[in-house]
Design a protein around this ligand. Structure first.
Ligand code: UP5
Ligand code: MG
Length: 189
């Protein structure tokens, strides 16, 4: 189990294009966390393993089996000497959440949730232009449906546990980060 008593794990949740990756980079610069993007880890694995399963799943906006994603996250938690982790874009379903808890024996210390209207998320994703196979209107519609059906229950779960910090994701990157900064100030006291 990678979790020592001084390990800090924050889950960073929010819909597709809500700004998770962008804000995680700022958190890394300001608060010295290690950033683990589940999506980035899966895209790397897809290429290095030539995995058509991961490719097809991402193109359909569906969720890769928990065992695959948790293995990649565990490898990162165990490598290097960081003990403060941002896990971005995971868990995406109750099944993901339960698998993570069972396999690592850990729960996150706190959870950030970027709240963003669908219209804004669609606009951001379609204007990103970084060649992601899932950044097209058809896949985006599917990603939004999966987010609503499977990820929002995870958000509710952490809200009930008192671990959820909601961030209004609309505004400039700096405006959004001001809210993030306040959360980190609050949880580290
Ligand atoms: N942008 C950012 N902030 C802005 C702001 N305040 N104002 C205006 N523009 C802003 O941002 C998106 C775009 O918006 C960028 O161009 C940015 O400059 C701009 P970004 O920070 O990239 O948003 P993010 O929330 O990270 O969006 P992303 O598309 O990465 O979210 P997803 O959750 O859809 O993607 P992820 O990579 O996590 O997952 C992709 C797929 O992998 C999933 O659909 C799924 O198929 C699979 N997956 C799993 O199966 N399991 C997992 O655990 C994780 C992923
Ligand atoms: Mg991202």
């Amino acid at each position: 189990c990678p979790k020592h008593k001084d390990t800090v794990i924050a889950f960073v949740l929010g819909g597709p294009g809500s700004g998770k990756g962008t804000q995680c980079e700022k958190i890394v610069e300001t608060f010295g966390f290690k950033h683990l993007s589940a999506g980035d880890l899966l895209r790397k694995e897809m290429v290095s393993d030539n995995s058509s399963m991961i490719l097809d799943t991402i193109r359909e906006g569906r969720i890769v089996p928990s065992a695959v994603t948790v293995k990649l996250i565990l490898r990162e938690l165990a490598s290097g000497d960081s003990h403060k982790f941002l896990i971005d874009g995971f868990p995406r379903s109750e099944e993901n959440r339960i698998a993570f808890e069972r396999i690592t024996g850990s729960e996150p210390n706190f959870v950030l949730f970027f709240e963003c209207p669908e219209k804004e998320m669609v606009k951001r994703v379609l204007s990103r232009n970084q060649g992601r196979i899932d950044d097209n209107i058809d896949t985006m519609k599917k990603r939004l449906k999966v987010f609503e059906a499977l990820n929002l229950p995870v958000v509710d779960y952490y809200a009930k546990k008192g671990k959820l910090h909601k961030i209004n994701a609309v505004g400039t990157e700096d405006e959004v980060f001001e809210q993030v900064r306040r959360v980190f100030a609050q949880v580290s006291t």
